[in-house]
Design a protein around this ligand. Sequence first.
Ligand code: NQM
Length: 351
Amino acid sequence: MTGVRCMLMRGGTSKGAYFLAEDLPADPGERDDLLLRIMGTPDPRQIDGVGGAQLVTSKVAIVSPPGGPDRDVDYLFLQLGVDEPTVSDRQTCGNLLAGVGQFAVERGLVPAGGERTTVRVLLVNTGAIAVSTFATPGGEVDYAGTLAISGVPGTAAPVELDFTETEGSVTGSLLPTGNIRDNVGGIEVSCVDNGMPVVVARAADFGVTGYEPVEELTGLGDRVDALRVEAGKLMGLGDVSGSSVPKTTLVAAPRDGGAIATQTFIPVKPHPSIGVLGGVSVVTALLLDGAVGHELLVRPPAGEPIEVEHPSGTLGVGVEFDTTSGTPRVARSTVFRTARKLFDGIVFPRS
Ligand code: NQM
């Protein structure tokens, strides 16, 4: 049986299989079929593959040399289903992104810089550029460090991710419905796309506090889906049933010293934490006057990250706005993550 060169990495609070594009079939249909067999999809336990039986561990990063100027590598993200044989390129993933620069250095696509290396990454799914900076003492990637991120035991080396031009990543505009606030089936929502299309609603409007354990919220799946399918139409995304975007985030007042409490659904299953660009988009929404949940946000002193409380801790996000014109524009967003190489070798797909 023929194997495929593959590196397994934890990127932020996700885990996935990283490939060089040249190691996979060029034809997208053949490639997706191979990836499903590598991950063990469809099967709720992914027992015959390397997927981890959750959406956040059923992910693939495909990295290639830059297809154009102003970046060092191209990164295509694919979300594989767990129990459904689906492969979606409709969203990017800021968590797997946290390992892309290191993977590019490890595979010799990008030379290591000095103590730290900066890699400009084109997010192929959305067209945005992210700049990833990480430790490379002595020209080798160093994954060990002292940064703890919620949802991951222990500490590792910090990876700084800076995003620009993430506005309208999938939908074409920051406020894809044209409004700061919409009413969808009696629920007030704000639909925002700053790297990830998200529908923000108040937990209270769903009859929950937003602080319930994740397992207790799985029952909201159908209502969340009904909301996002309607919101998806307003956002110009067409019929989003079966699509991984938009995500829905229920917000409530913070209760652990952060700025806001959140429970995100990807797209209808409760997220064990929150996505990176999902978190960036939610914070962007909440900072806008008139947005649903704006009144719940407890802003930290200027210059400090906005700590988004989620079911397994917090995610610190920075969003800078350009206020020179009348309409809000995002200048830059920043998040710190960690990543770790778990395994490098040859993976053998199910036949
Ligand atoms: O929003 C989950 C995750 C993600 C995506 C999802 C992500 C992001 O937690 O940038 O990282 O929203 O499907 O990895």
